[in-house]
Every structure is written in C-alpha cells, then in structure tokens.
Design a protein. Structure first.
Length: 350
C-alpha cells in the first residue's frame, strides 16, 4: 500500500540565490540564441558528456582519467579494471539517453529504479541490488577522508520517503518552481534518503540532469554540474554534511547548487560566444537550421568520421534518392562536404 506522507521542500530564497537564478536565465538565453553552427554544437555536447561521466564517477572513486573516459566514449578500449570501465560506460549510456527515464514529463519509482539499474549494471558485489531499493541500513561516508558524513533513514523508510519525493516532483507545486531549484532539491533528497546500497550519488546527479531535460532547461546539453562538484570534492561533501544538520531546511544546499549552475553555465556561455563569433564570420547567415534527422547525421559523422548514402538507407529505412536529397541539402548549407566519386563518395564535416 502506498504511503500517504507528503514531501514539501523547506528553504529560503536568499538575495544571492535570486540573483544567481536571474544570471542563469540570462546566460541560458545567450546560449540558446548564439549563432553556432551544428558541428560545434555536436562537439560541445559530446565533450560535456565525457566530462560529466568522468567527473561523476571520479567523485565516487573511479580511477579513470578524463583521456581514458574520452577513449571509451569513442568506442576504443582502455586497460583498466572491468568494474571501473563498466561504471563509466554505464554513466555515458544513461546520459546519452536520459530522456528515456521519464514518461510524458513524469518521473515514476519504476523509472528511478531503471535509472539506478542502468547506472550500476555489472558494478555491484550483489547484482540483485542493481535497480532495487535497499533493505539494510547503510552510512554515508567521504571516500577520500573515510569520514562518516551521516546515517540515512532506516530501510523501512526508504520506499515511503522516495515515493513522497517522486509525488512532489510530479506535482503542480514543483512544476511552478524554477527547474534549477527542483533539480537541486531532487539531488539532495535522493542523497539524503540514500535509497540504494550503492550508486546513490551517481543516480542523484543523473536524476538532476533528467529533471533539467524534462523541464527543457538542459540548454542543448551544453553544460554539466558533475565537473563542478568534482573540481572541489571536499566542498561537495562539506555542504552535504552541513545541510544534513539543518534538514529539512535545504537553503545551504540550494545556495551551493545554484552557484554551481551559474559558474558552469557562465563558462559554457563564454565558450559559445567565442565559437559563434568566429564561425559566424566563416559561415554567411550564421546558424544553419537542421532537421532532427540531419542533426543525427552530424552526430553519426562525428562518431564515424564520415557518412555514405547507404548508411542513411540502412539507419532510417529510406530510399537512396531520399538519402541523397538529405545529404545534398546539408552540402548546400555548407554543413558537410563531398569527398570521393562514384561508389567511394562519402560526406564529411565542412
């Protein structure tokens, strides 16, 4: 029987927090309206995906370097322990398909369990704990200092408290709140409840990412908070510990969380402005409008180096004529160019 308890976040809007939310909104608008050609959009998105996978797993002790994570993302192998490799590949796959963990804008307990299962697949000592709520008591500790940060709720409180959080996430109250605050609250609450035996941090950070995507605030997936947390791990643990002492008031955490979004988004904004300025001079007319399929073609070229009309026929089940028309439109827009002739014809980034 579903528990009837209600979750409602407690926090205070500080002047600093309000200013940050305003700056975040301004940076978002700049990024969304920047004249950035598609090949740079894909490049930034892929780079941020790699940085997020590296940072989120590194926070929890994964030894892979950023370069090694990048190689795995490209489909190349690295000589590391099986578990370390699986943690990174799992997180990469989850972030690439994060939209799959919601249904029509709603988040359910079942989808949350799927999120955890996919993040921890083949990485836990007990495989039955993958995608399952914990039934034992655990403690939360700093893996670097070995310090016990806090003791989460008892096992019999996990499902009721998690359901209460999910109910709130799907409520009108949450949908009327700024997406960044909702993501921050969900992140902290999932860490506090600690509903799983392991993988809670990665799942909480992925859930925050999912919420921003559902609320269309992921800003083309150009930025990630995981890198911000990893840049100062002691601060991340310190704030989590501090807010545990003030719970249910989570103002301290939201101050920290909004600071992370502001800093991360500001960095992306500056980079986008530099790229859009240079590329705008190189490509007349600035932003090239592409269809969803054409963006997929760009991503395919980015991953494989080139594409042929036969690849599109196989991927999308379209005729050779339709594939050729799609590609030639992109050639005319100076997005891709032709290399080779006849059967050797292939298309690469312009």
């Amino acid at each position: 029987m579903k528990d009837s308890r209600i979750f409602s976040p407690t926090f205070t809007y500080t002047h600093t927090m309000v200013k940050r939310l305003s700056d975040i909104a301004a940076a978002r608008e700049v990024i969304l309206h920047a004249h950035l050609i598609p090949k740079w959009e894909v490049s930034i998105r892929r780079e941020q995906l790699v940085r997020a996978a590296h940072a989120s797993t590194a926070i929890e002790g994964n030894p892979l370097s950023l370069e090694e994570v990048s190689r795995l993302a490209e489909g190349r192998d690295v000589m590391v322990a099986r578990r370390a490799k699986a943690e990174v590949l799992n997180y990469l796959r989850v972030l690439e398909h994060v939209d799959l963990y919601q249904e029509e804008g709603m988040i359910s307990a079942g989808r949350l369990l799927s999120l955890h299962r996919d993040i921890t697949r083949d990485t836990l000592d007990d495989p039955s704990a993958e995608g399952a709520f914990r039934t034992v008591q655990v403690v939360v500790g700093n893996r670097i200092t070995k310090e016990v940060v806090f003791s989460p709720p008892k096992a019999n409180e996990v499902v009721p408290q998690t359901n209460a959080l999910i109910d709130w996430l799907n409520s009108d109250a949450a949908h009327q709140m700024h997406p960044v605050l909702v993501a921050g609250i969900a992140h902290y609450e999932l860490v506090r409840i600690h509903p799983f035996v392991d993988g809670n941090g990665r799942t909480a950070r992925a859930l925050a990412t999912l919420i921003l995507a559902v609320r269309e605030f992921d800003i083309k997936r150009f930025f990630t908070l995981d890198d911000y947390y990893d840049s100062d791990r002691p601060a991340y643990y310190r704030v989590l510990k501090e807010v545990n002492q003030t719970w249910p008031d989570c103002t301290v955490w939201l101050d920290y969380f909004t600071e992370g979004v502001e800093i991360s988004l500001s960095r992306v904004k500056e980079r986008v402005l530099r790229l859009s300025s240079d590329e705008h001079r190189a490509v007349a007319g600035g932003q090239v409008a592409l269809t969803g399929r054409q963006m997929k073609i760009i991503e395919y070229i980015h991953a494989n180096g080139s594409v042929k009309s036969g690849d599109l026929m196989r991927l999308y089940g379209i005729s050779r004529q339709a594939a050729g028309k799609e590609l030639m439109q992109m050639v005319e827009n100076n997005v891709i160019r032709i290399e080779g002739k006849g059967r050797s014809t292939r298309y690469v980034m312009a």
